[in-house]
Design a protein around this ligand. Structure first.
Ligand code: NAP
Length: 225
């Protein structure tokens, strides 16, 4: 049974992606900071007949993320799909809104930690096996300001900078892996999830990930609602 690891798994997009892949035969490893919240999500998935479990880690604490993947591989075996989509809906120390005039080294560094170094560390836990087996998929999600900094208000500057750094690395990873069995892509979401009609709902957006996973074509796949 293939396995998807969702890093930054919450009740919104993370759960919806878990349902889409889990409904198509994947086991699901959910990664976030709180075991109770993860157990609730995994319970919902198991109730739907999906093999799922939660693994705590803080993406700001890179050893904890590496340790979570050790536990994931013990439980499920190799990871076939990595999906990276954390969002600071619960406070993350150091992560703040900051416009360009408020930007400092001190408030930009955590954004780099959160997006670039978190995504890189997660990928490093699965890439060696994927390259050895010449098979695997890595999908990285950000908001639209990663690809177009004029998306959203000026207060998104710090987030735009951090997520743009992750985007740049993912696009170069895609380029490097081209022609192999390992596929990497960036998914910028130009939508407030759950803000309006069906096209803004996490369950709808999650279908986009299945399309990207199955098409395996292109470095970047915007979702706009
Ligand atoms: N929500 C939107 O309107 C929106 C708009 C554009 C793009 N996006 C993108 O969509 C993705 C998120 O989807 P969502 O908003 O529906 O969120 P979600 O999947 O419901 O939740 C994301 C989860 O990330 C976890 N997380 C946050 N900080 C973490 C950390 N330091 N270490 C480990 N896990 C952490 C949180 O769990 P814990 O707090 O328990 O750790 C949270 O529940 C992100 O890639 C975001 O950039 C969202």
């Amino acid at each position: 049974m293939p396995t998807i690891a969702i890093v930054g798994a919450g009740p919104g997009l993370g759960l919806s992606i878990a349902k889409v892949f889990g409904g198509r035969g994947f086991s699901v490893a959910l990664v976030a900071r709180d075991q109770g919240r993860l157990d609730d999500l995994a319970g919902q998935l198991r109730a739907a007949g999906i093999d799922a479990a939660g693994f705590t880690a803080d993406i700001m604490d890179r050893p904890s993320l590496a340790a979570a993947f050790t536990r994931i591989k013990d439980r499920f075996g190799a990871v076939d799909v990595l999906e990276y989509s954390p969002a600071p809906h619960n406070p993350v120390p150091g992560i703040t809104m900051a416009g360009p005039l408020e930007a400092t080294v001190e408030n930009l560094q955590p954004q780099i930690d959160y997006y670039l170094y978190g995504g890189l560390t997660a990928a490093q836990q699965v890439l060696p096996d994927m390259i050895k087996n010449d098979a695997g998929t890595l999908l990285f999600t950000t908001g639209g300001s990663s690809a177009d900094p004029l998306t959203g208000p000026p207060e998104f500057a710090a987030t735009a900078v951090g997520s743009a750094a992750l985007r740049a690395w993912v696009l170069k990873l895609h380029q490097t892996l081209a022609g192999t069995g390992v596929y990497a892509a960036h998914v910028p979401l130009n939508v407030w999830i759950g803000s309006g009609g069906p096209e803004t709902q996490a369950d709808t957006i999650a279908q986009h990930y299945w399309d990207v996973y199955t098409r395996r074509d292109g470095a970047e796949h915007h979702y706009t609602a």
